[in-house]
Write a protein that binds this ligand. Structure first.
Ligand SMILES: C[C@H](O)[C@H](O)[C@@H](O)C(=O)CO
Ligand code: MN
Length: 418
C-alpha cells in the first residue's frame, strides 16, 4: 500500500473512533463547487480596456512577472491552476474579460462577446458566474456610478448592469447551472458628505430599474455586495451593509458578504446564519483583509475555518455560493489561485470531519469546558492524511508536489511573457 493510502487508513480509523465517517466527508467535499475569480490572473485588468488603470478604491500591489494578457493566456493559466485543485469548480468572470475583437463599451456587451468562455467552460466541465464592472472606466472617474447625480452616467451603468444580467443568464442557460451576477459599485465620498440620503435613493431606484426585467432564476441569480469603505471613499459608501441587507431582504436577492468589507474586527462568519434567516441564498466573497480590504490570498486562518464551519454545521452549503475574491500581484498568480482554493477546501474538510452533534450536545448541556477541549483536540487530528488521499483520488498532487508542477509551467510558459 502506498504511504498516502496507509496514512489515510489510520486517519479513517482515528476519525471513526469519534463517530466521523471520512468517506462521507470526502463525498460531500467533492460536491462543493467554489467559484474561482478570473481577476487574480491579471491583476483585475481585463481585456476590454487594458490601458485603463484599476480604480474604484481597490488595488493589486506587486509586479510579479507572467500576468495573462489575452483570454487564451488567462484560460491556459486557469486550466493549470485547476489541474492542481481537487474537484470540479466554477469560474467567476468580470464583464471586462469579454473575448472579442469588436471595440465595445460596457453599455454594449452582449452574450456573443462571451461565447468563447462558454465553449471553454463546457469543455472543461465548469460553471460560470458574472459581474458587471462598475470601475476602471472614464464614466466612474467621479467616484459614482449607479448612484451618480448625473442622469447620463447613471443610465450608462444601469444599462451595463442590465446587460450583465443577460450575459449571466446566457451562461446559466448554456451551462445548465445558474450563474450568479454580482453587482458591486464603488460609489462614495472621500470626505464627510452633506447628503447621505439622496445617493442611496438613487442607488435604490437604479437597482429597481436593473432588476425590472424578469429573468429565470434557473439561469441567473442576482447578488448585491456592500462595503464599509474603499480608497477614496473613506467617509461614506452608498452601498453600505445596512443598505444592501435591506435591499436583499425586501427584494429577495442574494446578499454578498465579502470578508474584507467590514470593520477590522467584524467577521462575515458571524453574519451568515443571520442573513440566511431572511435571504434564501447568499454569495460569499472569501478574501483576506490585512489591516484593510487588502485582498490578500486566502489562507487557512481562523476566520476561514469559522466560515466553513458555519456552512457545514448549519447545513447551509446548498444555499451559499462560495466565491473567492483576492488579487495579489506580488506572488505567482497561479499559485495564488491554488493556495486560495485549496485552503478553502481544507477549511471545508476540517468542518466536515467534525463530530458536530456531540459538540452541540455539550453546548446545549452548558458544558462549555468539554466544548472547548474538543474543539482544540480536533485541530490536531490527522486531517492532512484525509486531504492527501482526497487529492490523490482526484488525480491532483497531494502535499506540496503541486508547487513543482507550477514552477515548470512558470519556466515554460509564464517567463516567456514580457
Ligand atoms: C473585482 C471585484 O469585483 C471586487 O473585488 C469587488 O467584489 C470588491 O470586493 C471590491 O472591494
Ligand atoms: Mn468582493
Amino acid at each position: 500500500m502506498k504511504s498516502v493510502e496507509k496514512a489515510y487508513e489510520l486517519a479513517r480509523e482515528r476519525y471513526a473512533e469519534i463517530g466521523v465517517d471520512t468517506g462521507e466527508a470526502l463525498r460531500r467535499l467533492e460536491q462543493i463547487k467554489i467559484s474561482m475569480h478570473c481577476w487574480q490572473g491579471d491583476d483585475v485588468r481585463g481585456f476590454l480596456f487594458r490601458e485603463r488603470a484599476l480604480s474604484g478604491g481597490i488595488q493589486a500591489t506587486g509586479n510579479y512577472p507572467g500576468a495573462a494578457r489575452t483570454p487564451s493566456e488567462l484560460r491556459a493559466d486557469m486550466e493549470m491552476a485547476l489541474r492542481l485543485i481537487p474537484g470540479k469548480h466554477r469560474i467567476n468572470l468580470h464583464s471586462t474579460y469579454a473575448d472579442t475583437d469588436e471595440r465595445i463599451d460596457l453599455d454594449e456587451i452582449e452574450p456573443r462577446h462571451y461565447e468563447s468562455w462558454v465553449q471553454w467552460a463546457r469543455e472543461q466541465g465548469l460553471g460560470l458566474d458574472f459581474n458587471p464592472t462598475c470601475f476602471s472606466h472614464e464614466k466612474s472617474e467621479s467616484g459614482f456610478t449607479l448612484a451618480s447625480a448625473d442622469r447620463g452616467i447613471r443610465d450608462f451603468w444601469i444599462e451595463h448592469c442590465k446587460r450583465s444580467r443577460r450575459v449571466s443568464a446566457y451562461f446559466g442557460r448554456e451551462l445548465q447551472s445558474p450563474s450568479v451576477n454580482n453587482i458591486w459599485v464603488p460609489d462614495g465620498y472621500k470626505d464627510t458628505p452633506i447628503d447621505r440620503l439622496a445617493p442611496r435613493q438613487r442607488l435604490l431606484s437604479a437597482l429597481d430599474e436593473i432588476f425590472r426585467e424578469p429573468i429565470d432564476e434557473r439561469y441567473n441569480l442576482d447578488a448585491v455586495e456592500s462595503k464599509v469603505f474603499g480608497i477614496g471613499s473613506e467617509s461614506y459608501v452608498v452601498g453600505s451593509h445596512e443598505f444592501y441587507l435591506g435591499y436583499a431582504v425586501k427584494n429577495q436577492k442574494l446578499l454578498t458578504l465579502d470578508a474584507g468589507h467590514f470593520h477590522p474586527t467584524e467577521v462575515i462568519s458571524g453574519k451568515i446564519s443571520a442573513v440566511l434567516l431572511f435571504c434564501n441564498e447568499l454569495l460569499l466573497h472569501v478574501s483576506r483583509p490585512v489591516r484593510w480590504d487588502s485582498d490578500h490570498v486566502v489562507i487557512l486562518d481562523d476566520e476561514l475555518q469559522q466560515i466553513a464551519s458555519e456552512l457545514v454545521r448549519g447545513d447551509l452549503l446548498s444555499r451559499t455560493h462560495i466565491g473567492l475574491d483576492f488579487f495579489d500581484a506580488s506572488i505567482n498568480r497561479i499559485a495564488a489561485w491554488v493556495i486560495g482554493m485549496r485552503s478553502m477546501q481544507k477549511a471545508l474538510l476540517h468542518a466536515l470531519l467534525e463530530p458536530t452533534d456531540r459538540l452541540r450536545e455539550y453546548e446545549l448541556a452548558g458544558d462549555f469546558t468539554s466544548r472547548l477541549a474538543w474543539l482544540e483536540e480536533l485541530k490536531v487530528l490527522p486531517m492532512q492524511a484525509v486531504w492527501d488521499y482526497f487529492c490523490e483520488s482526484s488525480s491532483v498532487p497531494a502535499g506540496l508536489e503541486w508547487l513543482d508542477d507550477m514552477r515548470r509551467y512558470e519556466a515554460q510558459v509564464l517567463e516567456a511573457r514580457s
